[in-house]
Design a protein around this ligand. Sequence first.
Ligand code: NAI
Length: 478
Amino acid sequence: EKNLSKKNKCIVIGGGIGGYTAAIRAARLGGQITLVEQAEIGGTCLNWGCIPFKLLLQSASVASTVNKAKEFGIKTGPPEVDYAALISRKNQVVAELRKGVQSLVKAKRIRLVVGSAELFDGNRVEVTSKKNATASVEEIQSDRVIIATGSKSSSIPIPGLDKVKAQNSDDFLNSRTMPSSTIIIGGGVIGVELAQILNGLGGSVTILELQNQVIPGFDKEIADILESELKQQGVTIIKGVLISGAAMSKNKLKKIVTFKIDGKEQTISADEIVVAVGREPVMSGVSPQKLGLDLNNVPMKGIKVNCHMETNLSNVYAVGDVTGEIMLAHVASAQAEVAAYNALRDEAARPKVMDYKSIPSCVYTSPEVAFVGLTEEQTMKKVDVEVGRFPFSASGKARLLGEIGGMVKIIADKKYGEVLGVHIIGSRATDMIAEAVLGMNMEITIDELANTVHPHPTLSEGVMEAALSLSGGAIHIP
Ligand code: NAI
């Protein structure tokens, strides 16, 4: 690599998807890399987040397929959930994936140190490792440091919530039994995915959401469709709530939540309460005050970075949830690519820039939700737009799959035809959004998207038809 700096020693703190991606890229670029992880390699996404949640969602989806089997001419008995088997499958797949990452790290000759790191400056980190009861401290010198310490579930100061031992998403994943009824505080991404899991596996679920839409930040029309689909499946969703307290029932068997809606106080009870009100950066071993490390304010107090993923401290970079920017695994790995390159490049070489222009957001409910770009609410304030829609009820593929809920919605600039936002709710939306991400990266116009030949029969034709509805008219809608 001709642009490589001679200063090639790099320490990465945190072995989540941001950290291990940075370590592998930096090693591929020829660096001598030390990766420090205090818990499990793979971090939140692999161990306690994306992967285990999607595994449980898959089990819920299998149960729902068995429930609908008759519709497809297949006779079965009603599905029976074996929660212990489902959890052990989850643990097994997670362990396999963890082993996979470990072997990738090993293959790149990255030194993996199990322990907790403390950052002193861009050239020095101390790692405390515990073996049996004894702790040892190792000082590691380096040319660059990449901080990738991740995030944790946020809590909310609701009186009584501690006493009733309300769970967060980690606690939920660690429990060996499934509650038969659950109150979920927060109808964001974790809230709706968890509701889908529990409801799909036969539990009863109530979501209490502060705002007037679930998955705030997503296009409201799409979020409202998701809400009605979830309600139809049996999830109770109460929006605009102000939660005031939690307590145990008199017989100590149920957990009770008190909240106000339209000024009226109400209570509901369930076996379990799970809090999913967001996540916040974790800076263990990184003391912003002591180091003089700048933090940002948007949206959480994370480590402030510039577009090269550099912090204000020389030779120190930060990536992933700890930056508090957009807390998504794929953002962390994209930031890690940028940070690793910049950390190892020759100073004369041009740095790579992190581009947030077309970042997809996905929700793995049934139907799935995915979008890239602007929502209709955001564009209404900025430019003159036109909106094309294609309902999956008009798609042959959706009909044969028996998945006719949802639609593709495309927002385009009225004058120039540039695609500004693509929103999909429906089966396999999270895979289909990739086309829109690529298109928007290349500043695609609505005519270009409409004129792109899509395979038949696929759900992806919905993207083309939605584009056609703004470019000469869709074929399969009147
Ligand atoms: P979130 O920010 O998506 O949603 C939190 C929800 O809680 C919001 O709807 C908010 O209005 C609500 N809320 C806040 N305070 C409340 C209160 N006092 N009472 C009732 N509701 C309240 O956060 P979430 O779902 O916890 O997810 C955490 C992070 O993990 C997010 O950054 C998300 O992007 C990421 N994640 C991403 C997934 C995906 O991409 N599929 C899946 C799971 C998590």
